[in-house]
Design a protein around this ligand. Structure first.
Ligand code: SF4
Ligand code: SF4
Length: 334
């Protein structure tokens, strides 16, 4: 159920003060790689500020280092590819193929409409052949809301792409996992609401998409809007940034902390720099060693370990991950 709560105007408590202990890193199991900022869309909520005119992407040298990392460390269970549209950025297919050859789960965070762009038409078949786990953004099951957030025609394109994936067995075949991602709209006024419950919304998505289009999928991930990037800008513009942070703080749920995604993942940028999560990456807050040194993929290879970070670096936007049922790239935490 959606809850509403008026936000108070008092200062936001620093996130680390709210925790009982520093946020400890655990054994790294997930490598999330942001391949670059190129994307065929420019969504209003995009925390990466991606778009068609961005040029930043992986270099061949960093791509090689990443492949070495994937091949050398069996503890990496999942390689999670994001962007931008990961499919448009250098290194996408070589990394997919190297990781699948090692038997890793490979997640591709796809905006779906990329399948309809010239030169990318074979992606659905490629995904199926490689048995990629597709996590596709569809911020609402209704056309109007999607087109407002992502641009005109995006809903229609996404539906066509989902049908293509279903036709290949996605959402039905056990080895072809298809999950959808719900992002709430950026708040434009108080009172704010917590992200709707994941299970209830998943049922609504499933019922609507199946009844109207015959589309099936596995799970819905609900993701809270963290106040960074374009979201922060829009909140600031309406003088809602602090009230929104305070709202998230008011709903801080300590039970989510054990499940935060930053605890067992490394997030890598297109230059090979290492962060605790994609949000810290976008905010330019690098992961550091116990000596306070930023880390690169080259440094991990040289050290012969993925576990150089003891404590996750946090900021006030972390309340977006711990409010209510919690939030992560894999949806609600509880
Ligand atoms: S599709 Fe994803 S990466 Fe591309 S602009 Fe939209 S939110 Fe950003
Ligand atoms: S933004 Fe979320 S995932 Fe990133 S460091 Fe903060 S709590 Fe962890």
């Amino acid at each position: 159920m959606v809850q509403s709560h008026p936000a108070s105007s008092t200062a936001v408590t620093p996130f680390e003060q709210m925790l009982e202990a520093p946020l400890g890193k655990r054994l790294i199991r997930v490598l999330q790689i942001n391949l670059g900022r190129k994307c065929n869309l420019s969504c209003t909520h995009c925390h990466v500020e991606a778009g068609p005119f961005r040029t930043e992407e992986l270099s061949p040298a960093v791509c090689e280092q990443l492949i070495e990392l994937i091949e050398r460390f069996p503890q990496i269970e999942t390689v999670d590819l994001t962007g931008g549209a990961p499919e448009m950025n250098y290194g996408f297919r070589p990394i997919v193929e190297a990781a699948r050859a090692q038997g890793k789960e490979v997640i591709v965070r796809s905006n779906l409409t990329i399948f309809l762009e010239p030169g990318y038409e074979d992606l659905p078949e490629y995904f199926a052949a490689q048995q990629l786990h597709v996590v596709a953004s569809l911020p609402c099951y209704l056309e109007d809301n999607v087109d407002k957030m992502r641009g005109r025609g995006v809903y229609d394109g996404s539906i066509r792409a989902l049908k293509q994936l279903n036709a290949l067995g996605y959402g039905r075949d056990r080895t072809l996992q298809l999950d959808l991602v719900y992002n709430p709209p950026i708040p434009t006024a108080e009172p704010f609401s917590l992200t709707p419950g994941q299970q209830g919304l998943e049922q609504d998505y499933k019922a609507y998409l199946e009844a109207h289009f015959g589309i099936v999928f596995n799970q819905l991930f609900t993701i809270t809007n963290l106040p960074i990037g374009r979201t922060r800008f829009q909140l600031q513009h309406r003088q809602l940034l602090r009230p929104y942070l305070k709202f998230l703080e008011t709903h801080h749920n300590p039970s989510t902390v054990a499940h935060l995604m930053c605890r067992d993942e490394l997030s890598i940028d297109y230059l090979g720099r290492v962060y605790d999560c994609d949000f810290n990456q976008m905010e330019g807050i690098p992961a550091v060693t116990t000596a306070g040194q930023p880390i690169t993929v080259a440094a991990l290879l040289e050290a012969g370990t993925l576990d150089l970070v003891q404590t996750v670096r946090t900021a006030s936007y972390c309340y977006g991950c711990t409010a209510g049922s919690g939030s992560s790239c894999g949806g609600a935490l509880l």
